[in-house]
Design a protein around this ligand. Structure first.
Ligand code: ATP
Ligand code: MG
Length: 386
């Protein structure tokens, strides 16, 4: 950056010299002219930061000069008038034309120097502020453009994510429909197998064989009912177990043509939702134990009571109780090595499938207590229930 340029316009050479001498010492770059016309040419050529202007000059006076340069507050140049004859009206006129100071001759050179350095400092601050403001606007504009671009990108991402979400939801819904359809078909197929067995029983005369067919049909029904409950459930992974057991018991009563006024059934089943892996063995166990009570317990008796309870224990396990007030189990029964399938199946389902415990009591009828925990599968085929 070069030195600050000052233009002195005065027809008195002695004044010009005096000022030039003092200003040059302070590292200003001095230009001078003896009238307004010369001044105008220099003003455009040099582009000074400050003009020291006499009013009375030949060819073009100071006021005319001021009119021509038409100062505005945003100009990078300020003007100090230095005159020997200026009236108050002229002073007012000059201020109207944008000058920043008015000094009368004879003047004190130090006073002038002070005003010069003050005016130049002020112009520089103004210029700096102006450039800062311009820069700020530029910065704001740049930042706005950047923000707009980020915003556009975010909007695009939102649209993409929404589309992906719609697709995922649609695909999930399709899979749900498919799963519901599969459970429905499994249930129907089990029913078809059951109907086939039913058709075959028409050719069977032996009551024992007929019983075996009926038992098998009930086992199929127990599982079909589960799939029915699954496709009716909200999430298709768990079923309302209380509802399922109630339906199963109803079916068994009807299947063995039990007179409900003779054999009274009480149920006390806690509300619980159970997954398919636990519900299948559990349903089969109830089927076997309740079938046994209905088939064997009340033989030769006027009537009695059958109780089915399922309670959720504080530690999260379930306790299933099936008891009757019938004749009780035959002496020396061994569930594990029974020759018949029913109780052997119950034992295997409790111990091997549910990994639970089984106890029974055969005084005052028959009571079975089974304690188990719901099986959880974290991944397909990996048991992680306890
Ligand atoms: N609640 C009960 N009351 C009285 N006797 C019972 C009871 N449960 C089972 N029994 C007796 O125990 C035997 C074994 O029962 P189990 O269920 O294993 O066979 P099942 O009912 O005869 O035939 P299936 O294999 O079709 O079930 C029965 O034949 C019956 O004599
Ligand atoms: Mg049985």
């Amino acid at each position: 950056m070069g030195n600050d340029k000052i233009l002195i316009l005065d027809d008195e050479q002695i004044v010009v010299d005096a000022i030039t001498k003092n200003l040059s010492r302070r590292n200003y770059e001095i230009y001078s002219g003896k009238d307004g016309k010369e001044g105008l040419a220099l003003y455009h050529e040099v582009n000074p930061i400050l003009i020291i202007l006499d009013l009375r000059m030949p060819v073009m006076d100071g006021v005319e000069f001021l009119r021509k340069i038409n100062l505005s507050p945003s100009d990078s140049c300020s003007v100090i008038v230095l005159t020997g004859h200026g009236s108050d009206e002229e002073m007012e006129r000059c201020f109207e034309l944008g000058i920043s100071a008015f000094l009368r001759k004879p003047f004190n050179i130090y006073e002038l120097l002070g005003i010069v350095s003050h005016s130049i400092a002020l112009k520089k601050v103004e210029k700096e502020l102006r450039s800062y403001r311009d820069h700020l606007e530029e910065l704001v504009e740049k930042r706005t453009i950047e923000l707009q671009a980020t915003n556009d990108m975010l909007q695009k991402e939102i649209v993409e994510r929404t589309n992906a979400e719609v697709l995922a939801t649609r695909s999930l819904r399709d899979k749900e429909v498919l799963l519901r359809e599969i459970h429905h078909r499994v249930k129907n197929n089990l029913q078809i197998v059951s109907s086939l067995l039913d058709l075959q029983t028409k050719y069977i005369k032996d009551p024992e064989t007929l019983d075996m067919f009926k038992d098998s049909q009930n086992r199929l029904k127990t599982m079909a009912l589960l799939h029915e409950k699954l496709y009716q459930s909200d999430n298709m992974a768990e079923i309302d177990f209380a509802k399922y057991l109630t339906n199963l018991l109803d079916h068994l009563y009807r299947s063995y043509c039990i007179d409900t006024s003779c054999i009274l059934m009480t149920t006390d089943i806690d509300k619980a939702t159970i997954g398919l892996d636990t519900a299948v063995p559990c349903g089969l166990i109830v089927n076997e134990l309740v079938s046994n009570s209905l088939k064997h317990a009340f033989k030769g008796q006027q009537g009695g009571q059958l109780n089915v309870h399922l309670h959720k224990l504080d530690d999260g396990r379930f306790k299933l109780t099936v008891s009757d007030t019938g004749v009780g189990l035959p002496d020396g029964i061994d569930l594990k090595n029974s020759k018949t399938l029913g109780l052997r199946l119950v034992n295997a389902l409790v111990i091997e499938q549910l990994e639970g415990t089984l106890e029974f009591d055969t005084n005052n009828g028959t009571s079975f207590w089974i304690v188990f925990r719901e099986l959880k599968y974290t991944t397909r085929g990996t048991k992680d229930g306890r």
